[in-house]
Ligand binder design. Structure first.
Ligand code: E4P
Length: 223
């Protein structure tokens, strides 16, 4: 599974990259606005922490293809590294995906709520498609079901694009996306921790330490 962290918070990114097998970071305008700093400083700081090879997904704001392409070129120049331009799946967004493909700039189609949107974006040349699992669930849909349909369609049509499922509110949604063949997930730091947490794991670790110290006193295996 390819895990990404869905935040622009530098402390959260530093901690999670130190601990977990993370492939990169995803942001969106809402996520970046929470940091209340210059957006370029935020993106450059993230790039410095995660290194040039890790993926950084940054969303364009334009609603016309030409604007989106200009923003993408600017971000490639100003931030650089392994960058993916997130583009919402509006008609001008799809046009921008096609234009950027020709320029060799990688894209992630975002704000996806249906499998047909994902198929169109992949056909236009997006590297990733990002279905919003929890937002779909919240409007009475089936977020995992949409992911499953996208995976099926991509298999059927031999698409190169990968599913980067997004918008999670709990560990169970991530688990079901994985069971349904989602290629990648982007999650908050809390959900990343939650994917590993089990009270019995913690209990077992404490018990091992207690038993060891009962026999050998405090200390570890090294001297
Ligand atoms: C990806 O970066 C998406 O923009 C993000 O996961 C959306 O999450 P939300 O629905 O919790 O805002």
């Amino acid at each position: 599974m390819l895990y990404l962290l869905d935040t622009a918070n530098l402390d959260a990114i530093k901690r999670a990259f130190d601990l977990y097998p993370l492939g990169g970071v995803t942001t969106n305008p809402t996520i970046i606005s929470k940091e209340k700093k210059n957006f370029l400083d935020i993106l450059r700081d993230i790039r410095e922490v995660i290194g040039k090879d890790s993926m950084l997904h940054v969303q364009a704001l334009g609603t016309k293809a030409d604007e989106i392409v200009r923003e993408a070129e600017y971000l490639c120049e100003a931030v650089g590294g392994n960058l993916y331009i997130k583009i919402p799946v509006i008609p001008e967004g799809i046009k921008a995906v096609k234009m950027l493909k020709k320029k060799g700039i990688k894209t992630t189609a975002t704000a996806i709520f249906t499998a047909e949107q994902a198929l169109m974006a992949a056909s236009a040349g997006a590297e990733f498609v990002a279905p919003y699992v929890n937002r779909i669930d919240n409007i009475g849909g089936n977020g995992v079901g949409v992911v499953s349909e996208i995976v099926h369609l991509f298999d059927t049509f031999g698409m190169d694009a990968k599913v980067l499922a997004a918008s999670f509110k709990n560990v169970q949604q991530v688990h079901e996306v994985a069971l349904n063949g989602g290629h990648a997930v982007t999650v908050s730091a809390d959900i990343m921790d939650g994917l590993l947490y089990h009270p019995l794991t913690d209990w077992s670790v404490n018990q091992f330490i207690k038993d060891w110290e009962g026999a050998y006193g405090e200390g570890k295996l090294t001297f």
